[in-house]
Design a protein around this ligand. Structure first.
Ligand SMILES: [Zn+2]
Length: 422
């Protein structure tokens, strides 16, 4: 048995240059028109660099953008769930080569050969939001979407704030950012993850996506996966979150501690990936599965409110969307990685252990359920946290983090906490 193949049928498509080629292109970049890019575009470029976004080798054309929004496929029919586009105000010409620059770090991230420039009107942006960010079904906020999304939905805000043009074309990536230095042994490319899994003899690999600290419910999800797969890949977002969310360094320390004390080490691998949150809700769940396929993951854990944003989506919409996406698209074009759908999990006093809505017949009053907001409040005030919600070792790390925060950060954090979920 082998690992799942990379998505798109072309192997890992890696746009990151190496050695002499890299040095030459970096020199060339200095002479090209310099365009500042957003943190989101930076993450997208790194993913294209390391093969995480295979088969993408650049930013999407209008035909790809439109087809992704409408049909969940690139224009050539390959499955892809969210637009990967590059916006700018600068006038650039088709055929021109440009240099994409990270203004925060002062680093050239890529060069790009422009193949298309298309205007994004307000109506186009709104259409993208309707197609990609709006939930479906009774539990979602679909009927009052435009009333609340512009002020409360970070994904919609990002799209609506995009610049005048989208610019498409293939890229040559010049940098992986500072992730390798910041997260040694944790940040890994798809090729490195695949090599790690192969060395362990794994072929059926589950991934647990995390952007918040890992508590008992997440530990339980990971362990369910270990029972039915060869192993679990605990894969954290190490790109940018909203202000007030827990930094990746702290979350990774929590996971290290959990693996050390509560897992059989042979059956778990921890990794980090360089994307920012897009806040695309259920579609983001699909993106998590799509790029995980490139990392060699066959089964993507999708729990309650996966990639949720406030109350915009139904609690299980990110599971249901996997049933709605197009299938039988042709060789290499389908999403192979499947969702491992798990119901809401918690500790139950009557069950005397971790359980889910599928296994626990008891009532609300018997279960340990804590909102993110309440947890943050307890940790930042040094108050006790409900028994069995988190492991003591993890809660200690979080308390230490909160006590290191200044008052100013704390206030900011509280105001953002309401919209934050797993
Ligand atoms: Zn129970």
């Amino acid at each position: 048995m082998a690992l799942v193949p990379p998505h798109g049928g072309k192997g890992l498509v890696c746009c990151l240059l190496q050695g002499a080629e890299l040095a030459a292109e970096q020199k060339k970049a200095e002479g090209l028109k310099k365009i500042d890019i957003s943190p989101r575009a930076k993450g997208d470029l790194i993913m294209m660099g390391i093969g995480g976004f295979s088969p993408l080798n650049g930013f999407m054309s209008k035909a790809d953008w439109k087809s992704v929004c409408e049909n969940f496929t690139l224009a050539d029919g390959t499955f892809w769930p969210v637009p990967v586009t590059l916006d700018m105000d600068e006038e650039v010409k088709v055929g021109e080569e440009i240099a994409l620059f990270d203004p925060k770090k002062g680093v050239f991230m890529a060069t790009m050969k422009v193949t298309e420039v298309y205007e994004m009107t307000e109506a186009d942006k709104k259409w993208e939001c309707e197609k990609v960010y709006k939930g479906q079904g009774e539990e979602s906020a679909d009927d009052k979407f435009w009333e609340i999304a512009p002020k409360d939905h970070p994904g919609v805000q990002m799209v609506m704030a995009q610049k005048k043009y989208n610019v498409a074309g293939p890229v040559k990536v010049l940098s992986e950012g500072d992730y390798r230095d910041r997260f040694p042994g944790c940040y890994m490319s798809p090729a490195e993850a695949r090599a790690t899994f192969e060395e362990k003899g794994w072929s059926k690999v589950a991934a647990l996506q995390l952007r918040n600290p890992m508590h008992r419910s997440h530990e339980f999800l990971a362990k369910i996966a270990v029972e039915v797969c060869d192993g679990v890949f605990i894969h954290s977002l190490v790109g940018n979150l909203k202000p007030g969310d827990i930094p990746a360094e702290v979350r990774i320390k929590c996971i290290d501690t959990l693996i050390d004390k509560y897992f059989v080490k042979a059956n778990v691998v921890q990794g980090g990936y360089p994307l920012d949150m897009r806040y695309a809700g259920p579609r983001e769940g699909l993106l998590h599965a799509t790029f995980r396929q490139n990392y060699g993951v066959s089964d993507m854990l999708i729990g309650r409110d996966h990639a949720g944003v406030g109350d915009f989506y139904g609690l299980f919409e990110a599971q249901e969307i996997f049933d709605r996406v197009p299938k039988n698209l042709g060789a290499g074009k389908d999403l192979i990685t499947q969702p491992m759908k798990i119901d809401w999990t918690f500790y139950c006093y009557k069950c005397d252990g971790m359980a889910s809505l599928r296994t626990c017949p008891h009532g609300k009053e018997d279960r340990v359920v804590l909102s993110g907001t309440k947890l943050r409040k307890a940790l930042s005030e040094g108050a006790p946290v409900a028994d069995h919600f988190g492991r003591d070792e993890v809660l200690d790390i979080l308390r230490e983090y909160y006590s290191s925060l200044t008052e100013k950060v704390e206030i900011k954090m509280q105001s953002h906490a309401a919209a934050t979920k797993m």
